[in-house]
Ligand binder design. Structure first.
Ligand code: COA
Length: 184
């Protein structure tokens, strides 16, 4: 039995909701799309995709927040948006040791409509109102301008650069930019 009711957050057009079994197939399709995964080391296999969905689903069910499944008009599953603890120490001063990050991954058909930013604003509001977090970070490969544009649209500001500790140094994906926003 979960400790918290799994929260659904609703915006004008989008909803962040708990995961369902029928999300697994479109999630795997998205994670196998080389364009969606351009700024990651590789697309995901079906097994890797299912494992990621399982972790996200359990977290949302257990804690009432996390990487929620995203619903947009006309599409019951369009990817994920949400909050997760950073799984490594950020090598930058001034941040809690394990801050929460905000992240997003949308299926290509849902790009260019403002859905990621609308959903991210809902998740941030939850970070402040329900979780009472002091700040939220986000980071991405330097070349991922689309993701940095979402960070900027939701009011995050650049706080520095770092080499991602889980990507081999020298790889083009290793240099990352860090953004953050403080609780209002
Ligand atoms: C990162 C990602 C979510 C950004 O998606 P996106 O569609 O560019 O971002 P948004 O949903 O905020 O949409 C913003 C765009 O919609 C446009 N738009 C259209 N209608 C809109 C509306 N009603 N409201 C707001 N924006 C609207 C905006 O003008 C903007 O377009 P622009 O980039 O040409 O200026 C997407 O590229 C993605 O999933 N990438 C792959 C995964 C990834 O890299 N994730 C991040 C890893 S750190």
């Amino acid at each position: 039995m979960s400790l918290h009711a799994a929260a659904t957050l609703r915006g004008e057009r989008v909803a962040l909701r708990p995961w369902r079994d029928d999300d697994l197939a479109p999630f795997a399709e998205m994670n196998a799309d080389a364009e969606v995964m351009r700024h990651f080391q590789a697309p995901l296999t079906r097994e890797q995709s299912d494992a990621l969905a399982r972790r996200a689903r359990l977290h949302v069910e257990q804690f009432g927040y996390g990487l929620w499944a995203l619903e947009v008009p006309g599409r019951s599953f369009a990817g994920f948006v949400g909050l997760a603890r950073v799984p490594f120490e950020l090598p930058l001063p001034g941040f809690a040791k394990d801050p929460h990050e905000i992240g997003w991954r949308l299926t290509r058909a849902a790009w260019g409509r403002g859905f990621a930013s609308e959903a991210a604003r809902l998740a941030l509001q939850h970070a402040w109102d329900a979780l009472r977090l002091p700040h939220v970070v986000s980071f991405t490969a330097q070349a991922n301008r689309a993701s940095q544009a979402v960070m900027q649209r939701i009011g995050m500001t650049p706080r520095g650069e770092f080499e991602h500790p889980r990507i081999p140094q020298g790889q083009p994906l290793c240099p990352h930019v860090l953004y953050a926003i403080d609780a209002p």
